[in-house]
Design a protein around this ligand. Structure first.
Ligand SMILES: [Fe+2]
Length: 461
């Protein structure tokens, strides 16, 4: 009898990860004169012979072959083979034949040069658990100029939050926090002040969602909303979810979360001595700045696409993507008719900067991703430059429905990556589209959606 308990599912998933990681082994772990491949075959009489014949036809001699039952599919076998490096020129054709004509999944283990190795990236939403212990600084370590640096009570509290996030695993409810009176007071000040600016300064989407958060998620002056409630709300809107984070993540890890529609969120609040200032993201920044926009379908899509573009991308492109994220998701402005509004979370959670960004002091430029992606920026002071996303639509619609998503796709297509990927929301896995079988599945799913679209169009005629 099969055991579907959570623990067992996790174990099963772990087995899958081990397999997937073997896909990118660096060249120097193998002998230099050798090429290694793994391919998967369905258990069938003559299946292996058919594959071997292809090598034989090209007069390629295999120096080593071994097999094992696949850990992914029960009815498949994995074959590991070695061949002489001199055969490299012929190999591309052979792999093409295997993939396209026979639908065989092939993993090249050592043919690629080291410099082309693709950085590891999570393939399943559960694998985001790995980032929990890859944080750059633990939440309790504060810089000397942090308002809470000399406050032992605040530091102990930060440690509590950091530990909670550190031990969090995907699938668990986010622990609810009983915030202290002082913490609630800090929240209240920030909430009250910012709320006076939103009607005039925030974009349409933010103002549209905010009352819903007040109604369903406990957004009130005297209550700090719980991440778990907010995460559930977002899941019903766009499938976005929150996960607590113990400290600062690297750009690569943070962006990877977005690919799964997961937003790493802090849960602690800034120091009470300076309610209008925080040198780092805190729960006010996440809940007031980020959350409302993640409830918007177009914005959620845009955010996820930044994440998807980052998976396996070279380091220099991660930096560019993080910069694009900075000038859009964090500090973006957009045009609504003739007026400019803020949609960036860094602006929507800062009383001072929200006013400053729409004044005549900063420099305002049109969003142009190629240019924006290399713009330098300060992290501890108001931005000297903001980028405005133009809207092609005349009415009150924000940027993503028109400008941002299209231009981002064009930008993302310039990122070198030797394969295409796609997120499967049913399995919550990233699919690497590198064989005929997967492409066929994708075609079928698009075809089914097209059928639905055509039939719906006919009905509303
Ligand atoms: Fe942020």
């Amino acid at each position: 009898e099969r055991d579907f308990s959570l623990e067992n599912q996790r174990k099963l998933k772990t087995d899958l990860f081990i397999f997937q990681e073997t896909m990118y082994i660096e060249e120097n772990t193998y002998k230099n004169d050798m090429i290694s491949l793994i391919f998967l075959l369905k258990e069938k009489v003559g299946a292996l012979a058919k594959v071997l014949r292809i090598f034989e036809e090209k007069s390629i001699n295999l120096t080593h072959i071994e097999s094992r039952p696949s850990r992914v599919n029960k009815d498949e076998y994995e074959f590991f083979i070695n061949l002489d490096r001199r055969n490299t020129p012929l190999l591309t054709d052979i792999i093409k034949t295997l993939r396209n004509e026979m639908g065989v999944t092939v993993h090249e283990l050592s043919r690629k040069k080291k410099k082309d190795a693709v950085p590891w990236f999570p393939r399943t939403i559960q694998e985001l658990d790995r980032f929990a212990n890859q944080i750059l600084s633990y939440g309790a370590e504060l810089d000397a100029d942090h308002p809470g640096f000399k406050d032992p009570v605040y530091r102990a509290r930060r440690k509590e939050f950091a530990d909670m996030a550190y031990n969090y695993r995907h699938g668990q409810p986010i622990p609810k926090v009983t915030y202290t009176e002082e913490e609630k007071k800090t929240w209240g000040t920030v909430f009250r002040e910012l709320k006076t600016l939103y009607p005039t300064h925030a974009c349409y989407e933010h103002n549209h969602v905010f009352p819903l958060l007040e109604k369903y998620c406990g957004y009130q002056e005297d209550n700090i909303p719980q991440l778990e409630d907010v995460s559930k709300f977002l899941q019903t809107c766009t499938g976005f979810r929150l996960r607590p984070v113990a400290g600062l993540l690297s750009s690569r890890d943070f962006l990877a979360g977005l690919a799964f529609r997961v937003f790493h969120s802090t849960q602690y609040i800034r120091h009470g001595s300076k309610p209008m200032y925080t040198p780092e993201p805190d729960v006010c920044h996440e809940l007031l700045g980020h959350v409302p926009l993640f409830a918007d379908i177009s914005f959620a899509q845009f955010s996820q696409e930044i994440g998807l573009a980052s998976l396996g991308a070279p380091d220099e492109y991660i930096e560019k993507l993080a910069t694009v994220y900075w000038f859009t998701v964090e500090f973006g402005l957009c045009k609504e008719g003739d007026t400019i509004k803020a949609y960036g979370a860094g602006l929507l959670s800062s009383f001072g900067e929200l006013q400053y960004c729409l004044s005549d002091k900063p420099e305002i430029q049109s969003l142009n991703l190629e240019k924006t992606a290399v713009q330098k920026y300060p992290v501890t002071e108001f931005q000297p430059v903001y980028y405005v996303a133009e809207s092609y639509l005349k009415r009150n619609s924000c940027f993503h429905k028109s400008f941002c998503l299209f231009s981002f796709r064009r930008f993302a297509s310039s990122i070198p990556r030797p394969f295409s990927i796609r997120y499967d929301p049913y399995t919550q896995r990233i699919e690497v589209l590198d064989n005929a079988k997967q492409l066929k599945n994708l075609a079928e799913s698009i075809s089914s959606e097209m059928g639905t679209l055509c039939s719906a169009l006919k009905k509303i005629e």
